[in-house]
Write a protein that binds this ligand. Structure first.
Ligand code: PLP
Length: 425
């Protein structure tokens, strides 16, 4: 959560005249400032680039903003590639970081001139068959054990991603023999990490490998992709990471291992959560108060709008607009209307008194929030709005309508134009 919301009750009341709740609001200035700080932290590295993980917030209104700040796009499907292209991100500013990839996905990426990141050694053959081997290829690494000077940070033995060290060496040799000229190395060994040592440790792991690949295979890795995995403080007691400090710590490892050996590599990141997470808010309205064995506040958003609490029991801070500084007086479960008992945005949460009609802001929903939405119980996905510094709003995704929901049904007359009766329009 951020210290303060970038908007207040009056803003939301005004917005709600045009846009029914629930809706998402993104803080454009917050996102811009975050990207700029990231680029600044890595400005010592020539050619540094953030490839925003499209899956976090796959909305052109956001992708265009990021593109204008110099970001590329990390994609894993054809629609994500299309989103990147139509948001003005093309060529090597796109990376296809997928796994279990289909031939048509390789073909689409190749057509755009995107960098292809191979998840497995067997994919070389699939890629070759699909579209031929491109001049630039990246390989995804899984070290099994991810160790550092402080001991073992965790293990990746049950992670489905990446290649084992011996496979990775074999893959690079094979790719070189098949004519690849530019090589990248990729790894994602954490998720939502608030440990400021994560990137420096990952850098040590990957740069050491760069040296080994150079020595054993005579291949110069041109870029190292740290992927995503940097966390954000969802809970009030958590602290945001200091990206400047992380950039400086990575530089020390770079100087020691890469520069000292006369090598040069570009650093790429594929952050999602860190870039948009804290700057997206789900705004919902209190529509029910229920007192049974526990106390409940019902809201008009559901897990269909934000799945993380139901899926991961994730904590999202909630503020009641206009009562930001009011004391906590009630302990409640904040629930949506799904016929599913895990449809709870908060459990046993202390809040100020909530009246029907109050606006609740569910924070840190800007990444892996709207994008994980679904339509269970016939719930429709909400609009997304982009707020500029002057609090003006731009609709960047309209809310779904019943017609959108019916769009893919095997056409039944009741659902076609001919069937416009009763509730069906
Ligand atoms: C999901 C994902 C990311 C982004 O992860 P965040 O935790 O949002 O930073 C980056 N790269 C790949 C390959 C991913 O799958």
């Amino acid at each position: 959560m951020r210290e303060q919301l970038p908007f207040g009750l009056d803003d939301v009341k005004e917005w709600n005249r045009t846009y029914p709740t629930p809706f998402y609001v993104y803080d454009a200035e917050g996102i811009r400032a975050c990207v700029r700080a990231l680029y600044k932290a890595f400005s010592w590295n020539e050619g540094f680039r953030e490839y925003f993980a499209v899956k976090a917030t796959p909305t052109p209104g956001i992708l265009r903003l990021l593109a204008s700040e110099g970001c590329g796009a990390d994609c894993a499907s054809i629609p994500e590639l299309m989103l990147a292209e139509r948001s003005g991100i093309t060529g090597s500013r796109i990376i296809l970081s997928s796994n279990e990839t289909l031939p048509e996905e390789y073909q689409a990426a190749a057509k755009l001139g995107a960098i292809i990141n191979l998840d497995d050694i067997t994919q070389i053959e699939h890629l070759e068959k699909a579209c031929g081997i491109p001049e630039t290829v990246c390989c995804r690494y899984n070290p099994g054990q991810f160790s550092n000077t402080n001991g073992i940070m965790g293990h990746q033995y049950d992670s489905k991603f990446g290649m084992k060290p011996d496979q990775l060496m074999e893959a690079y040799a094979d790719l070189r023999d098949k004519g690849v000229k530019h090589f990248g190395l990729h790894a994602m060994l954490a998720s939502c990490s608030l440990d400021e040592n994560y990137y420096p440790n990952l850098a040590r792991e990957l740069f050491t490998l760069v040296l080994r690949i150079h020595k054993v295979l005579g291949i110069d890795i041109e870029f190292v992709d740290f992927s995503g995995g940097i966390g954000i403080p969802y809970r009030p007691e958590e602290k945001a990471i200091d990206i400047k400090k992380i950039g400086a710590a990575v530089k020390r490892v770079y100087d020691e291992l890469i520069a000292a050996n006369g090598l040069k590599v570009r650093i790429f990141t594929e952050m999602g959560r860190y870039i948009t997470g804290p700057y997206g808010y789900l705004v919902t309205k209190a529509i029910g108060k229920k007192h049974i064995y526990k106390e409940y506040i019902g809201v008009d958003a559901t897990a269909c709008n934000l799945m993380r609490p139901a899926m991961y029991e994730a904590y999202h801070h909630i503020r009641v607009l206009g009562k930001e500084n009011a004391p906590e007086e009630i302990t409640v479960d904040v629930v949506g209307s799904l016929c599913e008992n895990n449809d709870k945005f908060a459990i046993n949460r202390g809040l100020p008194q909530v009246e029907l009609g109050d606006y609740l802001v569910i924070e840190d929903a800007g990444a892996h929030g709207h994008s994980m939405g679904y339509n269970y119980n016939g719930k429709l996905r909400s609009a997304e709005l982009l707020m500029e510094a002057d609090h003006s709003l731009k609709l960047i995704r309209r809310a779904q309508t019943p017609a959108d929901y019916f769009d893919t049904l095997d056409v039944d007359e009741a659902f076609t134009a001919a069937g416009k009766t009763g509730l069906i329009q």
